[in-house]
Write a protein of this length. Structure first.
Length: 259
């Protein structure tokens, strides 16, 4: 059982900025340490990263309980081990190659698609979402008594990676087995099956994101992060009524990208 923490505004253990370790734990120092380990595979704990990936599907709360433990032992919420990012990149590359195969793309088209997905869809969009959530949480969701506390940008990016992984597996791996035989065929069944994948994948992304920010004891009203669920369900029902097949649109978009 991993230890948990309780929020105490007078303490210095849940995200507060204290002068004792200010030089040691600056954002630049953390970033340098993380990037320095990015290509040192022998120093990465891949077994623990795989454990996190499994629990993001079965019990994502356990993953964020470990983030609490890291804060207690290393005085930072964000990961200091890039093993999860490396494994996520491997998953992303493999699933994108599978997508290229399913769509009948050639070698160079698949490589082009892979570059788009890795650097734009994953990294680019991830940086944008993490920065947006970092600004929103620090500006609007901080408790009044939490002066001196802040949401680490690296933790916001970790939350995005945690939420992106189940979305990737659902839309870029499991869905592949249904695209040619069910989803892209005309009719309500193909539209329904494809859009259900999107409903589950994006719903999982919203839920894991909510868990990540609700784990921070100095934030308030994090339940508001679940409100997009209602819009997601409404949009799903609307798409069925209008015959919008999101997966078919994604396939067209991927082919258009590599032209």
């Amino acid at each position: 059982m991993l230890p948990t923490t309780t929020y105490n505004p007078s303490s210095q253990g849940n995200g507060a900025l204290n002068s004792r370790d200010s030089a040691r734990y600056t954002a630049g120092a953390k970033r340098y340490k993380y990037l320095r380990r990015l290509f040192r595979f022998k120093q990465m704990d891949f077994e623990f990263a795989i454990w996190q990936m499994l629990y993001l599907f079965t019990s994502p709360q356990m993953v964020y309980r470990n983030f609490h433990y890291r804060k207690q032992t290393k005085d930072q919420w964000a990961r200091d081990d890039p093993a999860f990012l490396v494994l996520l990149s491997i998953w992303l590359c493999a699933s994108t190659i599978g997508f290229g195969f399913v769509l009948g793309m050639g070698f160079f088209e698949t490589i082009k698609l892979l570059l788009w997905v890795v650097f734009i869809d994953c990294i680019g969009v991830g940086l944008l979402i993490a920065t947006l959530m970092w600004c929103i949480t620090n500006r609007y969701l901080m408790k009044p008594q939490s002066k001196g506390y802040d949401v680490e940008w690296g933790y916001a990016f970790d939350i995005h990676l945690n939420a992106f992984y189940p979305l990737l597996v659902i839309l870029h791996f499991i869905q592949l087995f249904f695209i040619n035989h069910v989803i892209i065929r005309d009719g309500l069944i193909g539209c329904f099956v494809g859009n259900v994948f999107w409903l589950v994948g994006i719903g999982y992304y919203i839920y894991v994101t909510f868990l990540g920010y609700s784990a921070l004891p100095f934030l308030k009203n994090t339940v508001a992060l679940l409100y997009p669920f209602a819009l997601l369900v409404i949009f799903f029902l609307l798409s069925l009524g209008l015959g919008w097949n999101f997966t078919k649109g994604l396939c067209w978009f991927y082919k258009y990208r590599v032209q």
